[in-house]
Design a protein around this ligand. Structure first.
Ligand SMILES: [Zn+2]
Length: 164
C-alpha cells in the first residue's frame, strides 16, 4: 500500500476530502468541545519524511499552533485518509491537541481511567520502550482524559481512537 499519496478515488475529489473535514470539524467542535475551539486550518499533505502521526508513530498527521498571522493547523497525511472513520479520528485527535494548547484550565486536575494505561502499554509492548515514553511525553494526562471523553462522545472505542 502506498501511503505517501492520497487516493482521491476513494473520496471522489479533493474537494470532497476538504468538505468532509470542514463539516466534521464543526460537528466535533460542537459535540465534544461546546464550540469552544477556534477554527483550525486543516490541510492534507503528501507524506514526507518519517511517519509521524501526531507523534504517536502510528497514524498520520500533526498539529501546529497558530503562528504570526496564521491560523492553527492540522496537517493530515494520506494514511489518515484511508477512509472517513480514520480521517475523523485523526481530525479529532488533532483537535484535542488544539484544545490543550488553547486552554490552560486546571492543568493538573485531569484524571483518566486506569484502562487507558493498559491500552497504551499493550500498544507499545514489544516495541522499543522509548516509543512509549515519547508518546507519553506528547500526550499528557489532560490530553488522555479529554481523549477519553471525546472517544465516548463520538462512540469510538478508546483503543481505536488512540491507535486505530
Ligand atoms: Zn497526538
Amino acid at each position: 500500500m502506498n501511503l505517501t499519496k492520497i487516493d482521491y478515488r476513494k473520496w471522489e475529489s479533493k474537494k470532497a476530502v476538504y468538505d468532509f473535514l470542514m463539516n466534521q470539524q464543526k460537528k466535533i467542535n460542537k459535540v465534544c468541545f461546546n464550540n469552544a475551539l477556534t477554527e483550525i486550518d486543516v490541510q492534507v499533505h503528501p507524506m514526507t519524511g518519517r511517519v509521524d502521526l501526531f507523534n504517536n508513530l502510528f497514524c498520520g498527521g500533526k498539529y501546529l499552533p497558530a503562528g504570526k498571522g496564521l491560523k492553527p493547523q492540522i496537517i493530515l497525511f494520506p494514511c489518515a485518509l484511508l477512509n472517513k472513520d480514520v480521517a475523523k479520528r485523526g481530525l479529532a485527535h488533532g483537535m484535542i491537541h488544539h484544545w490543550e494548547h488553547s486552554f490552560n484550565d486546571n492543568p493538573n486536575g485531569w484524571n483518566y481511567p486506569e484502562e487507558l494505561n493498559e491500552i497504551v502499554y499493550q500498544r507499545f509492548k514489544g516495541k522499543r520502550t522509548s516509543r512509549e515514553a515519547l508518546w507519553r511525553e506528547r500526550h499528557s494526562s489532560r490530553f488522555l482524559a479529554k481523549a477519553y471523553q471525546v472517544a465516548r462522545k463520538l462512540n469510538i472505542s478508546l483503543e481505536n481512537f488512540l491507535f486505530g
